[in-house]
Write a protein that binds this ligand. Structure first.
Ligand code: NAI
Length: 347
């Protein structure tokens, strides 16, 4: 048929939609731990993301049901479910972004570090599989591994574990490994907006350091829109951001930790990674990455995302005296969590 007849045929709107989606590159996202409390709503949110063309959902059990359910949603991505270790390779093959919310969550009275013994082993195994299945030869004939978004706690240690596993496998690229700290930013924004009485959609607050207790350092002195909060209010906001996870753990009273807000935060961060890969300009999010902005080898700060993952780790900017003090206080704890992860990975 001629172009004219195509354009006027009843199916022309479908064709036009076809052209529109062709402008967006194909991107495969894999979620490891997809049947869990975070995994399920995260799978839903990734299914709603028009930048995703293929969504692979992996868990040790129960993934077929989640995948069948999510697959009926009429959005772009094609969903596939993988269950059990024998199918992990297929889930990972060709992935551009791998999101890891696999592992056990906290119960009341537990710290994130209490999860170490179980989750460290889970993360180590999954990262060995990523190193094996994910590198694919790109146009530049360089081996490029997927961008890894680590959600499993303790993030302060699981990211160094992942780095060590990738180093051993010869696939480590520090630009492609991210600890997801977005929930700290999400909480800081919500709590700040409430206290400062400003519209939450306009709020920006960097959160730096790590992702546990006092290692979480929100920089309210840099928060916008500006508000005249007292020192006592800033201290209370800082503490609430640091204890946000525990607030949810206690409210859930033994039924786990944050899942819905975490899925939201994970979806925001993965979306930023995809936008960066697709070449969108000025994509900046806070993340826990290999870093030289302090003496610690891993540190969360604002990061510019691009076609290769991390384009630039941005500096801390001016800190208040209270924040400077918080920064010095968090360093020993973060350092020891990093060392613990490295030691575990090399055992
Ligand atoms: P959950 O127990 O509801 O789900 C975890 C899922 O992981 C389960 O479906 C389980 O079958 C799966 N799983 C276990 N071992 C696996 C393996 N080897 N491979 C693939 N899947 C595996 O837990 P939830 O609430 O979803 O939390 C998951 C993790 O996320 C925990 O480590 C938790 O501490 C962490 N988390 C991180 C946050 C962050 O801000 N980075 C916030 C909240 C939780």
């Amino acid at each position: 048929r001629s172009i004219k007849s195509l354009a006027t045929s009843p199916s022309s709107h479908i064709l036009r939609r076809g052209y529109a989606s062709e402008a967006v590159p194909d991107r495969k996202v894999a979620v490891l731990g997809a049947a869990g409390g975070i995994g399920q709503p995260l799978a839903l949110l990734m299914k709603l993301n028009p930048l995703v063309s293929s969504l692979a959902l992996y868990d040790i059990a129960n993934t077929p049901g989640v995948a069948a359910d999510v697959s009926h949603i009429n959005t772009r991505s094609v969903v596939s479910g993988y269950s059990g270790e024998a199918e992990l390779g297929k889930a990972l093959e060709g992935a551009d972004v791998v999101i890891i919310p696999a592992g056990v969550p906290r119960k009341p009275g537990m710290t994130r570090d209490d999860l170490f013994n179980i989750n460290a082993g889970i993360v180590k195994g999954l990262c060995q599989a990523i190193a094996k299945y994910c590198p694919h030869v790109s146009i530049e004939i360089l081996l490029k591994q997927a961008l890894v978004n680590m959600i499993s706690n303790p993030v302060n240690s699981t990211v160094p574990i992942a780095a060590e596993v990738f180093k051993k496998a010869g696939t480590y690229d520090p630009k492609r490994l991210f600890g997801v700290t977005t929930l700290d930013v999400v909480r800081a924004k919500t709590f700040y907006a409430g206290k400062a009485k400003v519209p939450v959609a306009e709020v920006n607050v960097p959160v730096v350091g790590g992702h546990a207790g006092i290692t979480i350092l929100p920089l309210f002195s840099q928060a916008t829109p500006k508000a005249n909060l007292s020192d006592a209010e800033i201290t209370a906001l800082t503490k609430r951001t640091q204890d946000g996870g525990t607030e949810v753990v206690e409210a859930k009273a033994g039924k786990g930790s944050a899942t819905l807000s975490m899925a939201y935060a994970g979806a925001i961060f993965a979306d930023a990674c995809l936008k960066g890969l697709n070449g969108a300009p000025d994509v900046v999010e806070c993340s826990y990455v290999q870093s030289t902005i302090t003496e610690l080898p891993f540190f969360a700060s604002k990061v510019r995302l691009g076609k290769n993952g991390v384009e630039e780790v941005l500096g801390l900017g001016p800190l208040s005296d209270y924040e400077k003090e918080g920064l010095e206080k968090l360093k020993p704890e973060l350092q020891s969590s990093i060392e613990k992860g490295i030691k575990f990975a090399n055992q």
